[in-house]
Ligand binder design. Structure first.
Ligand code: PSU
Ligand code: MN
Length: 323
């Protein structure tokens, strides 16, 4: 195995001043993905939402670190101009973990998914990440084998992931099964079911419910102290006022899945295709719910990072030697 040269990696990592100062002082930081800006929401909602998400992280008590790739660098923390650049430039490629080395070597921009953002957050020494809807097992995966690399990355990166469950377009029961098989610790915050992104409940019972963030932070730290690999998933539902009704949206999702299947759309573009189709079928209601749940989850992500940093000697204090 080649040795990792910390200097060479440090040259690639570009931390925003806010993130650098917070990490240096041991203050809480919450990492965020950028693919939702480039592929998840349309302009100008993507800019407004990305800025509102960062504000929500700050209101929760942490520094936001939106992650992206640009010109051979791993950006950790985007300023307003950078968010605008990513939100407006057309055809920025989606970069999951398999794509990361090529995106860096090639140069140019790349929008990181949950999976690749986690890998980069870990390198930077960030313990908490937030995104509304994680990837998961696609409907029809028994034939397509389409399982998001997000799920595999949870077994690799020691970063806690705050979310509102997996995207509703996925097979949420199978997603829970894969998480169980992979031994990914999953806790729901104040809710008895695994949440369903822009809907409240999935009908899948939560394997573990806790109602206070201090205990969740302690459990995350214990997972790592005990030598546990990978992350911990912390899932909380979208607020009731913003939630879509599961039954009402089911027909739109089923139609979207059927038409993508009929046209042979699969692979990395499938998630975006399904999300856009559901949005068109709901007159934009699903995008508005997506934005609302992103902001809600980011606020919780900020609060969890603060609760984690408040632990006596969090495991993450030994991280980040590279930067
Ligand atoms: N499309 C969206 N919103 C998103 C994503 C795609 O409308 O957030 C991204 C997220 O970054 C997530 C990824 O990590 O999709 C999962 O894609 P896949 O199923 O191809 O792994
Ligand atoms: Mn896939």
């Amino acid at each position: 195995m080649p040795q990792i040269d910390p200097k060479r990696l440090a040259e690639r990592l570009v931390l925003s001043p806010e993130v650098r100062a917070a990490l240096a002082d041991g203050r809480p930081v919450t990492a965020l993905e950028s693919n939702v800006i480039t592929h998840g929401l349309a302009y100008p909602d993507n800019v407004d939402t990305a800025l509102a998400v960062e504000a929500a992280v700050r209101a929760g008590g942490a520094a936001p670190a939106t992650i992206a790739v640009e010109n051979g660098h791993l950006l950790v923390g985007l300023d307003r101009n950078a968010i605008e650049r990513f939100a407006t430039e057309p055809a920025i490629p989606k970069v999951s973990t398999r794509d990361l080395p090529f995106a860096l070597a090639r140069g140019g921009k790349g929008a990181t998914t949950v999976a690749s953002s986690l890998a980069i957050a870990e390198l930077a020494g960030i313990a908490v990440f937030a995104s509304a809807g994680i990837g998961g097992v696609h409907r029809g995966a028994a034939q397509s084998w389409d399982v998001s690399a997000d799920l595999i990355q949870f077994t690799r990166s020691k970063v806690a992931v705050v979310c509102a469950g997996a995207k509703t377009i996925l097979d949420l029961g199978l997603t829970a099964e894969v998480l169980e098989t992979q031994g990914v610790p999953l806790v729901t915050y104040g809710f008895d079911e695994v949440p369903a992104f822009y809907c409240r409940g999935s009908g899948v019972p939560s394997p573990q419910r806790l109602d206070d963030l201090a205990t969740i932070a302690q459990a995350i730290d214990l997972h790592w102290s005990l030598g546990g690999s990978g992350g911990v998933l912390v899932a909380a539902p979208i607020p009731e006022a913003d939630a879509l009704d599961g039954e009402a949206i089911e027909a739109a999702i089923a139609d979207a899945v059927a038409s993508a299947d009929a046209e042979g759309v699969g692979g990395a573009g499938l998630t975006k295709r399904l999300m856009r189709a559901v949005d068109a079928a709901t007159d934009g209601r699903s995008s508005r719910a997506n934005a609302a749940v992103l902001i809600h989850t980011a606020h919780l992500g900020g609060k969890l990072a603060a609760a984690y940093a408040a632990l006596a000697a969090p495991h993450a204090s030994t991280r980040g030697e590279l930067v």
